[in-house]
Design a binder for this molecule. Structure first.
Ligand SMILES: [Zn+2]
Length: 201
């Protein structure tokens, strides 16, 4: 059971790795994004909740913005609304702090470096009251590729180990160290490993 779970996880991870590497390289030529807008038109001031995921120049960008006034044209679809876009390549994603009124800094928390970025901010209205909130992440695609490569690589190492063991056993060698066991089939004189294999004559 554990083995099956590991194999499924390694397979899914491999698919993710391939997809990540493809998107990573394509992102230098095109910028792909998927956006979801939820608009509430029943309010006097319709607001829009935005969730956006984009890949540009080798960086994955996520933005969520809740409760901001609707700045999109009215002819756009409303409600559950997904937008898939492909645009000319944009620069590596960087977050611009939102300062609607002079001198206000709204950053609550944030940090980053080496292409990583995390920011969370509460944007106030002109009277300084909380207005809407924004959260962003930037993760370099190479980091995602490295993480998704871990399980497939482990799986490959396991397969190679198993092959080596089987080959050694079939040749009458110690499975652990490869010492010739034909003279002493029960126990390896080199490393002390006990053999449970039939030794070919
Ligand atoms: Zn041995």
């Amino acid at each position: 059971m554990k083995k099956i779970v590991f194999r499924i996880a390694a397979g899914a991870s491999l698919i993710m790795w391939v997809a990540t590497v493809c998107i990573w390289f394509m992102s230098y030529h095109r910028t792909f994004s998927v956006e979801r807008h939820d608009v509430d038109l029943e309010l006097d001031f319709p607001y829009v909740d935005i969730r956006k995921l984009a890949v540009a120049h080798g960086g994955l960008f996520y933005l969520s913005q809740f409760g901001a006034w609707r700045v999109y044209s009215i002819d756009q679809e409303v409600g559950v609304n997904w937008h898939l876009q492909s645009n000319p390549a944009e620069a590596y994603p960087r977050f611009t702090p939102y300062r609607p009124f002079r001198g206000q800094t709204n950053l609550i928390s944030g940090g980053g470096g080496e292409g990583f970025e995390f920011k969370h901010q509460l944007v106030p209205d002109y009277q300084g009251r909380p207005f809407f909130r924004q959260t962003i992440f930037v993760i370099p695609m190479p980091a995602i590729a490295m993480i998704s490569a871990v399980l497939p690589v482990l799986s490959l190492i396991r397969v190679r180990h198993r092959r080596t063991h089987c080959r050694r056993a079939a040749m009458g060698l110690c499975r652990k160290c490869g010492y010739d066991l034909r003279a002493s089939p029960a126990r390896c004189p080199e490393c002390g490993a006990v053999s449970d294999f039939e030794i070919p004559v």
